[in-house]
Design a protein around this ligand. Structure first.
Ligand SMILES: O=P(O)(O)OC[C@H]1O[C@H](OP(=O)(O)OP(=O)(O)O)[C@H](O)[C@@H]1O
Ligand SMILES: O=c1cc[nH]c(=O)[nH]1
Ligand SMILES: [Mg+2]
Length: 209
């Protein structure tokens, strides 16, 4: 389904702040969550509504719109995806959370799986996968493989920054998935880091290293 770069001025301003050398853990976390809220707003813009009749303020029946149909599961990819979770649940407070634990082997850049825990009815839910960084795409492809194995059909990916190489790889393997990002960056460097990127997002969110 393709890539959507969210050009909203608030998103672009906040992402610019995140790129600064020496940014504090506090600021990085806050901005990651704020951008995640804005990406969630965009990624849910086609959710269906249905009319409901309720009693209005003056005790007469009125028709209001409520969300219809499928519920959501948010899927943070550990660790760094946890840094976006509060931002997503700010807008979808009742969303169930399914967790995928992956890290990228620093030499091979291949994803290594160490944990997963999915909500029981995940196949009936819209999955919002969250991870700040889409680099080679290996971690995201492994996650999407797992979600489809669990029966997920409507999967949307929210990433703060994406590399062209990663977007191409994900959409080649999973063309039905929609990717929402604040930026399509320039490239990957020799170590598989996104340029200009954000550096190591997991380390910045967790305050490690
Ligand atoms: O597209 P890829 O090449 O797979 O790289 C992206 C992955 O790398 C980072 O996680 P990392 O392995 O650093 O783990 P962490 O979240 O625990 O820091 C990032 O959060 C993604 O999950
Ligand atoms: O640039 C990158 C690539 C992978 N993981 C990160 O945290 N940053
Ligand atoms: Mg990771």
């Amino acid at each position: 389904m393709g890539l959507q770069v969210i050009k909203h001025p608030l998103v672009q301003h906040k992402l610019g702040l995140m790129r600064k050398h020496g940014i504090s853990t506090k600021s990085f976390r806050e901005l990651a969550n704020e951008i995640s809220t804005l990406l969630t707003y965009e990624a849910t813009s086609d959710f269906m509504l249905e009319p409901h009749t309720i009693e209005g303020w003056n005790e007469t029946p009125i028709e209001v719109e409520q969300l219809k149909g499928k519920k959501v599961t948010v899927v943070p990819i550990l660790r760094a995806g946890m840094g976006m979770l509060d931002g997503v649940t700010t807008l979808i407070p009742s969303a169930k959370v399914s967790v995928v634990g992956l890290y990228r082997n620093e030499e091979t850049l291949e994803p290594v799986s160490y944990f997963d825990k999915f909500v029981n009815d995940i196949g009936q839910r819209i999955a919002l996968v969250i991870d700040p960084m889409l680099a080679t795409g290996g971690s995201m492809i492994a996650t999407l493989d797992m979600l489809k194995q669990q029966g997920c059909k409507d999967i949307r990916v929210l990433v703060l920054v994406a590399a062209p190489e990663g977007v191409e790889a994900v959409l080649a393997k999973h063309p039905d998935v929609r990717i929402f990002t604040a930026s399509l960056d320039e490239k990957l460097n020799e170590q598989g880091y996104i340029i200009p990127g954000l550096g190591d997002a997991g380390d910045k969110i967790f305050g490690t290293r």
